[in-house]
Design a protein around this ligand. Structure first.
Ligand SMILES: Cc1ncc(COP(=O)(O)O)c(C=O)c1O
Length: 447
C-alpha cells in the first residue's frame, strides 16, 4: 500500500489516526483511518475503490467539490509566472492586489484593507493581535481581554485555541491564556430554561454578558469573537434577537466585534457572508476555507475603517508592521482564491444554495419523528441532526459504510456538503442517511 500510513515510525494506522483526529479519538482507535485517494465533484474514493458522498466538504471547506480543472490550471499558470513573492519591503504582486480588491468589493460591511495568512487559526490570531494593536493605538492599552462562546471553534494556534470554547483545545495544553473568557453558547434548545421563550433566553444571555463586562470592566475588554453560525460547536444558529442585542451591548461598551467566517463565508448560509444572514456588522472579519475552495491554503482578515485608520495613524511611529508571515498573500494561493470567487459568481452560488439548502434541511426535518433523532437544525447548506445521547460516533461509522461521509460532533451529525451539490445528490445524501439511521436503530450501543 503506497500511502503515508505505512511510515514505520507511526507503527499502526491507529497511531496515525490519533495524530490526525484528536477530537474523535475513541472512534478512530476502534476502526483505524480510511485512506482517501481521489475525488470528483461531491464524491471521493478510497484506496480500496469504495466511493463516498463527501457530505462534510472535507473539513467544511471544499466548496466547489473535487477535480476542478480551472483551479488547477490557474495554480499551474501562476506557478510558472511568479511562484512566490513576499509582501514585505514595499513589494506586492498582481494576484494579491486583485484578490484584495475583489474581497473589499464583496465585504458584507465597510472594510478598508485585507491582511492575508494561510489558515483560519492564523487569521484569528492576527485579529486578536490587531485588536490589541488598535486599542494601544487609540490610547486604551488596558483593553486586552477577549470574549467568545463556549463550544465556539476558532482554531488551534495559541490565541485561536484560547478563543475556542472547547475543552479539547485547552486541557493539558495550558490554555486558555489569561484574559480569554467564554460565555454561554446561544443555543436555545440546549441552553434554554424550562418554560423560557427564545426572546427571554436571548435577554438572559445578554444580561449575563453585560454582568461579565461590568465585573471585568469594559475598559479591559478588547473584542468579542463570534461565528455567525457556529459550525464545529454543533451547528448552532443563534436567535436573531441575540445578535441584535449583542451588537448594541458591544457598541455601548466600545468593544470590537470580530466575525469568524471561516466556515460561513462565500455562500454557505444562503448569502455570500454569514454576517449578512445574521445581520452582523463586524469591525474585523476572518475568512478561509471556501475562499480557495480548499484547493490551497489561504485565509484573509478584513479590517474595517475604524481599526485600519488607527493603525495607519501609528504606522510612522513603529516602522515595520510586525504581522508578516512568509506565505501571507502567496501569489499561487491568491490566484486560486480569485478564480474561486469568480466561479462562485459565475455559478450564482448563493442562489444555488438557496435552492438546494432547503431540500437538505427539509429532507432532514422529515426525520424529526425518527426514534433516534432529537433535533434537526441548520441554515443554507449547513445542517445538524442531533441524535439521542451516545449515538453520534456509531452513526458516523455506519454512514461511512453506506458511502456517506458525515461528522459526529458529539451526538450531532454535521452536514456541510460542497456548495455545488445537485438536487439529485442531496436526495442521495438523504437516502443514505435514512438507511444509516435505520441500521443504527437496530444497533446495540456499548454502554
Ligand atoms: C469557525 C472556524 N474558525 C477557525 C477555524 C480554524 O481554521 P484552520 O483550521 O484553517 O486553522 C475553523 C476550522 O475548522 C473554524 O471552523
Amino acid at each position: 500500500m503506497n500511502s503515508i500510513y505505512d511510515i514505520d515510525s507511526l507503527q499502526t494506522r491507529d497511531a496515525k489516526a490519533v495524530i490526525h483526529g484528536l477530537t474523535d479519538l475513541s472512534l478512530h482507535a476502534k476502526r483505524g483511518a480510511s485512506v482517501i485517494q481521489s475525488g470528483k465533484g461531491v464524491w471521493v474514493r478510497d484506496i480500496e475503490g469504495r466511493e463516498y458522498l463527501e457530505a462534510m466538504s472535507g473539513l467544511w471547506c471544499i466548496a466547489l467539490g473535487y477535480g476542478n480543472e480551472r483551479l488547477a490550471n490557474v495554480a499551474h499558470k501562476q506557478m510558472l509566472e511568479l511562484a512566490y513573492y513576499p509582501l514585505t519591503n514595499h513589494k506586492s504582486h498582481p494576484p494579491v492586489i486583485a484578490l484584495a480588491e475583489k474581497l473589499l468589493s464583496m465585504a458584507p460591511a465597510p472594510m478598508s484593507r485585507i491582511w492575508f495568512a494561510s489558515t483560519g487559526s492564523e487569521a484569528n490570531d492576527c485579529a486578536a493581535r490587531l485588536s490589541w494593536y488598535f486599542w494601544n493605538a487609540v490610547g486604551q492599552p488596558e483593553k486586552k481581554k477577549f470574549i467568545s462562546h463556549k463550544l465556539a471553534y476558532h482554531g488551534n494556534t495559541i490565541a485561536a485555541a484560547s478563543l475556542s470554547g472547547v475543552s479539547y483545545a485547552h486541557n493539558k495544553f495550558n490554555l486558555p491564556l489569561p484574559g480569554f473568557m467564554h460565555v454561554t453558547t446561544p443555543h436555545f434548545t440546549r441552553n434554554g430554561m424550562e418554560g423560557e421563550t427564545e426572546e427571554a433566553f436571548s435577554d438572559r444571555l445578554i444580561a449575563d454578558i453585560e454582568r461579565l463586562i461590568h465585573e471585568e470592566g469594559a475598559h479591559t475588554i478588547a473584542a468579542f469573537f463570534v461565528e455567525p453560525v457556529m459550525a464545529a460547536g454543533g451547528i448552532v444558529v443563534p436567535p436573531a434577537r441575540y445578535y441584535e442585542q449583542l451588537q448594541l451591548l458591544l457598541k455601548k461598551h466600545d468593544i470590537l466585534l470580530v466575525c469568524d467566517e471561516v466556515v460561513t463565508a462565500f455562500g454557505r448560509t444562503g448569502e455570500m457572508f454569514g454576517s449578512t444572514t445574521m445581520k452582523l456588522q463586524p469591525d474585523l472579519l476572518i475568512c478561509a476555507k471556501a475562499i480557495s475552495s480548499a484547493y490551497i491554503p489561504i485565509s484573509a482578515l478584513m479590517i474595517g475603517p475604524r481599526v485600519y485608520e488607527a493603525i495607519e495613524r501609528q504606522s510612522g511611529e513603529l516602522g515595520m508592521f510586525g504581522l508578516t508571515m512568509t506565505y501571507s498573500g502567496h501569489p499561487v494561493a491568491s490566484a486560486v482564491a480569485l478564480e474561486t470567487l469568480k466561479i462562485y459568481e459565475e455559478l450564482n452560488i448563493v442562489e444555488h444554495v438557496r435552492q438546494v439548502g432547503p431540500s437538505l434541511l427539509n429532507g432532514l426535518k422529515q426525520l424529526q419523528g425518527h426514534p433516534l433523532v432529537k433535533e434537526i437544525r441548520g441554515i443554507g447548506l449547513l445542517a445538524g441532526a442531533e441524535l439521542l445521547p451516545k449515538y453520534g460516533p456509531e452513526c458516523a461509522r455506519i454512514a461511512e459504510s453506506e458511502g456517506l461521509i458525515v461528522r459526529a460532533i458529539g451526538d450531532t451529525i454535521a452536514f456541510c456538503p460542497p456548495l455545488i451539490i445537485s438536487e439529485a445528490e442531496v436526495q442521495e445524501l438523504l437516502l443514505r442517511f435514512r438507511k444509516t439511521l435505520d441500521r443504527l436503530n437496530s444497533f446495540e450501543l456499548d454502554s
